[in-house]
Design a protein around this ligand. Structure first.
Ligand code: DSN
Length: 428
């Protein structure tokens, strides 16, 4: 274990052995198992350090130069630093770095652009959309009227399970939404903001791009940018962008006041300035040329994993990947195997991923017929296509021998050996 990150070697925590044990156990888990959840990553030590600073002590409701509390001279500079770096990173006119999460960023975008009851056209949850894209379980569906588009049917001979733009256009013409949402949480293909823009313009709708997943790929030039095409771009800072857990919003100067007002006072209270400091660190890191190399490597690795999983007999939703994730349809591998069971046995083997619905999944979102794998975290540790092929073989072996505890334990040992060669926080 990397000593400087271990809670047990941190004197400041010595009065709380119960928590120390849990923190060390989680560090050990992250270091000894494969982190393949597409929305997770390993931040730098600098991001971790900035997160744990005295900025957590400060109340700073408002924005730089317009706070509701005294003593914000330094905080203003921290937040401005984060905003300026983010604007530079994406070439945006305005940035808001206060959203506590991607869900808040999406809610704020809706609040800035719409009135309650307005119609939004967004992606179906079971076809790859996010809860905040109008799931019945989300507050979004109670405030706004959602109409959902999905992906084209499966087509093993050609491109299938890709965004059905004919359907997007038909629904837009029929329902005249005030807002169209592009972006997803489980979709392995590039999303073309320009096609969405054309449809939005045709029906007089605004366009929001939820870039929670590809934000880092966009920042690194591995994916096309929706900035300047969509009216508002929302994203999280902790996925491919490799920053602290949180959200952000980009928009034009014209929309800045509405977007800022929607976050505060509309939706949130005091911003988390220690997290904003950590976001500033991550944005600086993403501005370095090495981040572009990283972003492209994420995609190279995902493509290698996709090919290797297919060679192991797994069908992939949409037939492959353009980004950082691979969506596996388990039904062609083993009709009896659910996503839930697969996720649980893979967890026992030290392979951390999440179950996921496949388009038109007959099983519930809690059970599912698919798995989602992502490469941001393993790429951060330095793994490459060779390791992705090895991981695909380990996944396959685990699932084939899922009822054999000895076989699963053997995979776990191999996973630990693999991870030992790629520590996320090597000593420097
Ligand atoms: N949708 C979650 C994910 O992609 O893991 C995050 O909200």
């Amino acid at each position: 274990m990397t000593s400087s990150l271990a809670a047990s070697t941190n004197p400041a925590l010595e009065a709380d052995p119960a928590l120390v044990a849990l923190l060390d156990a989680e560090l050990a888990r992250q270091e000894s198992t494969l982190q393949l959840i597409a929305s997770e990553n390993f931040t730098s030590r600098a991001v971790l350090a900035a997160s744990g600073t005295v900025l957590t002590n400060k109340y700073s409701e408002g924005y730089p130069g317009r706070r509701y509390y005294g003593g914000n001279q330094v905080i203003d500079e921290v937040e401005d630093l984060a905003r300026e770096r983010l604007k530079q990173l994406f070439g945006a006119e305005h940035a808001n770095v206060q959203p506590h999460a991607g869900a808040n960023a999406n809610l704020a975008a809706y609040m800035a652009l719409l009135d309650a009851g307005d119609t939004i056209l967004a992606m179906r949850l079971d076809h790859g959309g996010h809860l905040t894209h109008g799931s019945p379980a989300s507050i979004t569906s109670k405030v706004w009227n959602f109409v959902s588009y999905g992906v084209t049917p499966r087509n093993d001979a050609g491109p299938g399970e890709v965004i059905d733009f004919d359907q997007v256009r038909d629904l837009a013409l029929q329902h005249k939404p005030k807002l169209i949402v592009a972006g997803s949480t489980a979709y392995a293909r590039t999303i073309d903001a320009t096609v969405f823009r054309q449809i939005a313009d045709e029906v007089g709708a605004k366009l929001m791009f939820d870039a929670a997943h590809p934000a880092g790929l966009i920042a690194g030039g591995a994916h096309p940018s929706p900035v300047g095409i969509a009216d508002v771009v929302t994203f999280t800072t902790h996925k491919t962008l490799r920053g602290p857990r949180g959200g952000a919003i980009l928009c034009s100067a014209e929309l800045a006041k509405k977007v800022d007002g929607a976050i505060f006072p509309g939706l949130q209270g005091g911003p988390l300035e220690h997290t904003i400091a950590a976001k500033a660190v991550a944005f600086l890191e993403a501005l370095q040329p090495s981040f572009s190399t990283y972003a492209h490597q994420i995609v190279t690795n995902a493509k290698a994993m996709a090919v290797a999983l297919q060679a192991e007999g797994f069908r992939l939703v949409s037939g492959g990947t353009d980004n950082h994730m691979v969506l596996v349809d388990l039904t062609s591998f083993d009709a009896e195997l659910t996503g839930k069971e697969a996720q649980e046995v893979l967890d026992r083997a030290g392979i951390t991923c999440n179950r996921n619905t496949i388009p038109d999944d007959p099983r519930s979102p809690f059970v599912t017929s698919g798995l989602r794998f992502g490469t941001p975290a393993t790429t951060t540790t330095g793994m490459g296509p060779e390791e992705m092929t090895q991981i695909a073989a380990l996944v396959s072996r685990t699932l084939r021998h899922r009822n054999d505890a000895t076989a699963v334990a053997a995979v776990r040992s191999e996973v630990a050996a693999l991870c030992a060669g790629f520590p996320p926080y090597p000593e420097r």
